[in-house]
Design a binder for this molecule. Structure first.
Ligand code: NZQ
Ligand code: ZN
Length: 379
């Protein structure tokens, strides 16, 4: 087992009605709030009104930036950062899923910073400080509510980049499972896939950490048991709560302790599909993971069998991959690109973008020769 440090400063309120804690958390941190949200689901489902009621009772002045798109783009982050600077905001309130919260994380370091936000994403500039971020999560999937990672894309350069800074941890996250009840069936399913793959990326990383492996199995087993039930009953609060808790634990470092790092090769492949064709994040992963596992049959065979034994009661690489694929199908997430119609997929464009972006895992390196093989497996 490797040395490790446990540090997660996020204060997370979990449960029905936790938004009532918002005024106190605002008042102790700021007076001029940049409210960030997406394309408008929060107006349809009443979350906007519920949040605004609390913000008003805190007596804060609010400036709104809306329209953040799924697979968020740097242009929106730039525009919101300019608004935040012009209005001299001292606090950000993000209300949405991963796309909104990730965009807000970049704003939190770019508003007090001097550089273009993309410079921080690329790692060319380091943030000096960050303004506090309060996150109201409306979609269980990414784990962004409890980590310091943000993922943003630039459609001009075809790069979708995940990066981390300690100053991007939300100060406080509000996790009310009832806020996720209006999430559509497809995004509910993609969220379940996403949380499973976060645990898998940790599992296929580097380092021997048996307890972290057991956290991985427990989190995935929770998703395997309750995910399909949730797909049958999207408005069930208790099932929404189980999935929301699992998603937060899957990417808050719990599965990483004792390892050198996770692998993240599959996410790297998925990001190419998202930046080129706007494939939703979770869908890109249910397509890429089985293909990646098949490609690593020889190199990671023992780990795959160990995984299968603990998740599905399987005893071979092939049976394990088939079981995972069958689970993704069961919750209606695609496992082949050809099953989807997000765009007119072009093999050479995908290969070129993978090559330009040097798509690879940290531990399991992917070579350019393997891109074509992967693509055939995903097709
Ligand atoms: O635009 P709005 O109105 O917000 O609608 C969204 C969007 O259309 C909708 N939605 C969200 N909450 C809803 C709702 N619809 C109805 N009711 C609600 N309560 O769902 C759609 C998808 O939203 P999005 O935020 O894009 O989904 P998700 O939470 O899956 O976030 C995906 C993004 O997070 C990144 C992904 O790459 C992707 O860009 N990730 C972030 C990570 C992190 N920060 O740690 C790690 C992940 O691996 C991932 O890469
Ligand atoms: Zn993910």
């Amino acid at each position: 087992m490797e040395n490790f440090e446990i540090y997660n400063p996020v204060k997370a309120y979990f449960g029905l009605g936790v938004i009532s804690n918002l005024p106190a958390e605002i008042t102790r941190r700021g007076k001029r709030v940049l409210l960030v949200y997406g394309k408008g689901s929060i107006k349809d489902n009443g979350i906007y009104d519920a949040v605004m009621e609390q913000v008003e009772s805190a007596g804060a002045e609010v400036f709104e930036f809306s329209g953040i798109k799924p697979n968020p783009i740097i242009e929106d982050v730039r525009a919101a950062t300019a608004l935040g600077k012009a209005k001299n905001v001292d606090l950000i309130l993000a209300v949405g899923g991963g796309s909104v919260i990730d965009s807000a994380k970049v704003m939190a370091i770019a508003i007090p910073g001097e550089h273009d936000p993309w410079e921080y994403v690329k790692g060319n500039k380091k943030p000096v400080s960050g303004i506090p971020l309060l996150a109201v999560l409306t979609l269980a999937a990414t784990g962004t509510e409890m980590n310091c990672v943000a993922v943003v894309q630039d459609n001009e350069t075809n790069e979708k980049i995940g990066f981390r800074y300690p100053s991007m941890y939300p100060a406080v996250s509000f996790l009310d499972p009832s806020y996720t009840i209006s999430v559509s069936a497809d995004y509910t399913s993609f969220g379940i896939v996403d949380l499973i793959t976060h645990a898998l990326e940790a599992y296929f990383g580097k380092g021997d950490a048996s307890l972290s492996d057991r956290f991985v199995f427990s989190i995935i087993r929770e998703a395997i048991e309750y995910g399909p039930r949730l797909m049958e009953g999207l408005s069930d609060y208790d099932l929404r709560a189980r999935i929301m808790y699992a998603a937060s634990m899957a990417l808050n470092n719990l599965c990483i302790y004792g390892r050198i790092s996770g692998d993240w090769g599959v996410h790297s492949i998925g990001h190419v599909l998202s930046v080129l064709y706007d494939v939703p994040h979770g869908a890109s992963l249910s397509i890429a993971y089985p293909a990646w596992l098949r490609l690593h049959e020889d190199k990671a065979g023992d780990r795959i069998i160990h995984l299968g034994r603990n998740l599905f009661g399987t005893h071979s690489v092939n049976d394990t991959i088939n079981a995972l694929e069958a689970f993704f199908r069961k919750i209606d997430s695609p496992v082949k690109l050809s099953e989807t119609s997000y765009g007119l997929y072009d093999k050479e464009t995908i290969i070129k973008t993978m090559t330009d972006n040097a798509v690879s895992g940290v531990h399991h390196k992917l070579s350019e020769d393997q891109y074509r093989e992967l693509l055939e497996l995903m097709w």
